[in-house]
Design a protein around this ligand. Structure first.
Ligand SMILES: [Zn+2]
Length: 185
């Protein structure tokens, strides 16, 4: 049976199953600012995910950027200035505000990250959508895209999602308890 097609489904890069051998897994970050722990981005003892294998569609809270010219600032630098003045600092190069390097509603999505996530979704064998309500687009389009390109789709979330009916497996359970045994917790 052909996989269902929904909005957000796009042309696949090639026939299903022609991706690189092995289990390609597309990773989707959650919208928001409180769920990124830099400690968990360091692979340790052969377990974990290397930073270069993570596509952060919604940015990163471990550093800050000028919203005008894009100059990068360390969080410690921002905090120091904030503690002194009680205000977010301005960019030393252009004077625009400096904020954590996350994408806020209304800001456009980063081109390179979107391109990479699209490629991964189109060529993966298995797509795990973990702890997402799958309602924030365009990121919510990636599970659909992967499914339409032949990947198996597994959704792990406490609450029902709009995409449960196209998933191969839905695990409606706490993500920590579900995935803990697989990541050594
Ligand atoms: Zn600037």
């Amino acid at each position: 049976m052909a996989p269902p097609v929904r909005d957000g489904g796009e042309l696949c890069g090639g026939p299903a199953g022609t991706g690189a051998p092995g289990a390609g897994v597309a990773l989707q970050g959650r919208q928001g600012t409180g769920d990124r722990d830099p400690e968990h981005r360091q692979p340790a003892s052969g377990v974990g995910i290397f930073p270069e294998h993570v596509v952060e569609l919604h940015g990163n809270t471990t550093y800050a950027r000028c919203i005008g010219c894009g100059t990068r600032y360390e969080i410690a630098w921002v905090k120091e200035r904030f503690d002194e003045t009680g205000m977010a600092p301005s960019c030393t190069a252009c004077g625009a505000p400096v904020k954590s390097a996350t994408i806020s509603f209304g800001q456009s999505m980063p081109d390179d990250e979107m391109r990479r996530a699209t490629e991964l979704a189109q060529h993966c064998d298995l797509f795990l959508a973990i702890g997402s309500s799958l309602v924030v687009w365009p990121a919510a389009g990636f599970p659909v895209m992967a499914r339409n390109c032949g990947a198996r789709l597994v959704i792990i979330n406490n609450e029902p999602t709009d995409q449960d009916d196209i998933a191969d497996l839905v695990i409606r359970h706490d993500i920590g308890e579900t995935l803990g045994p697989f990541v050594g917790n």
